[in-house]
Design a protein around this ligand. Structure first.
Ligand code: HEM
Ligand code: MYR
Length: 416
């Protein structure tokens, strides 16, 4: 057996938090290995990257997810009792519930609702001296996704719910006050949506049968029981929160358009294929979800390395999307690469890899791509705006990573 390269430091958690997107690939480079071991959160953890690593990581016979995510992530971003922590039949059954929601009709419906909110926002933006795009996108997506999912949202509630849903992903990985905010947001949103689930079940609210809130409220587990109302709330929040998180990608699209005027010109003429390639390159190039975690379920050997049962393993998503063995000149932003080759489920993994139904790969990828394409068309074809001098470099020390000044625009007007 080959010994697994070990980091010398007693604990590397601080190094990981200082540069979360590049920690794994930097150390892989230093160790000349796609796999190394480091102590993270006081626990010896394997870290790996690359398409071969993704192929083994997404073998559901070898890895499980129960206990894989740290408590801090469960109590903020994911919530407790949701699909992310399930395995085997229970996972496949719950995952099917999510996949059943992702029909073309549902995705188109969310796109229409989002487009309507973006257009409505322009009337406001025209009157504003300066528009914080990240915040505006959060609001647009909160209104659209609540409407789509069947979650009633009074006008007076929009600001509060936008702030809470955003905190679940924006503050989850912060330390100190930020993290406390995310924990509070988790408690508040759980209470809000648990109430809604109970009202739907008591038939105090009537929703179309195909609305996502109904699907989740009436979903039955393998023993034919309804989900515990708190678990159902966590699953409905597993739709609301990540759709609001697309505000991060929407902001990064604006960033890419600003720094690549050649792409903007090509997008103006609007070939559908190029819009798609541009969106894929945004998902490849920019940091968002840094890595994902699983636990070795049964002992196995891979490339001469021993994987002991119970070991926590991190798969580097960002590093795999920047692996020079897969991507020529990975640090260049080049949408054309997606016109030349279709990615595989293991070499392009911004939202996880493998098969949707059998693995934990993100069931929201189609929605994400659809709303990103809409945003790209909107920013290049529907409005004009100015970008004043500001700090636009991406802050790689934060999760999610955003431009330092987030992205302020001004002089917004409809294109005509
Ligand atoms: C899982 C990223 C949007 C719902 C995941 C995973 C990642 C991810 C990395 C875990 C993959 C793994 O552990 O193997 C993202 C990013 C998004 C996004 C960067 C951009 C905003 C969405 C959307 C939805 C969604 C729009 C739903 C509408 C989920 C759910 C899971 C998941 C329910 C858990 C799947 C499972 O455990 O089987 N996502 N996602 N995500 N995502 Fe997304
Ligand atoms: C979602 O809301 O599910 C989609 C996007 C959230 C990204 C949050 C930023 C990074 C958090 C890192 C946690 C790592 C977990 C092992």
């Amino acid at each position: 057996m080959t010994p697994i390269p070990q980091l010398q430091k007693w604990d590397s958690t601080l190094d990981l938090l200082r540069d979360p997107y590049r920690f794994i690939s930097r150390n892989c480079q230093n160790q000349q290995s796609d796999l190394f071991e480091a102590r993270l959160l006081l626990q010896k953890t394997f870290c790996m990257r690359g398409q071969e690593a993704a192929l083994v990581f997404y073998n559901p016979d070898l890895f499980c997810r129960a206990g894989a995510a740290p408590k801090a992530v469960m109590k903020t971003l994911f919530g407790q009792g949701g699909v992310q922590g399930l395995d085997e039949d229970a996972h496949r059954h719950r995952k099917q519930m999510f996949l059943s929601i992702m029909t073309t009709e549902q995705i188109d419906h969310l796109e229409v609702l989002t487009e309507r909110q973006l257009s409505a926002a322009v009337s406001r933006w025209k009157e504003m001296a300066e528009v914080s795009l990240y915040e505006e996108f959060q609001r647009v997506l909160t209104i659209a996704v609540c409407d789509w999912a069947g979650v009633l949202l009074a006008d007076s509630e929009v600001e509060l719910r936008t702030r809470q849903l955003t905190s679940l992903f924006h503050d989850a990985a912060k330390i100190g006050m930020g993290h406390i905010r995310a924990r509070m947001a988790r408690r508040q949103t759980n209470a809000w949506i648990t109430d809604l689930i109970k009202q739907i079940r008591a038939r105090q609210i009537s929703l179309p049968a195909q609305s996502p809130a109904s699907t989740i409220a009436w979903h039955r587990d393998l023993k034919n029981n309804l989900l515990d109302p708190q678990a159902a709330a966590v699953e409905l929040l597993n739709l609301l929160r990540p759709v609001v998180a697309i505000s991060v990608y929407m902001t990064l699209i604006t960033h890419a358009l600003h720094f690549h005027p050649d792409c903007r010109d090509k997008l103006k003429s609007g070939s559908e294929e190029y819009v798609r390639a541009f969106v894929q390159e945004v998902r490849r190039y920019y940091p968002f979800f840094p890595f994902t975690a699983a636990i070795v379920q049964t002992y196995f050997e891979w490339n001469g390395f021993e994987f002991p049962r119970g070991k926590r393993v991190l798969l580097d998503l960002y590093g795999t999307n920047h692996d020079s063995r897969i991507w020529k000149e990975p640090e260049l932003f080049q949408p054309d690469r997606f016109l030349q080759r279709e990615p595989t489920p293991y070499d392009f993994i911004p939202q996880g890899g493998g098969e949707y139904a059998l693995n934990h790969r993100c069931p929201g990828e189609w929605i994400t791509v659809s709303l990103m394409k809409l945003t790209t068309r909107f920013l290049t074809q529907k409005i004009h705006y100015e970008v004043r001098d500001q700090k636009l470099e991406i802050d790689f020390s934060q999760m999610p990573a955003l431009p330092r000044d987030q992205f302020m625009i001004s002089s917004v007007r409809a294109a005509g």
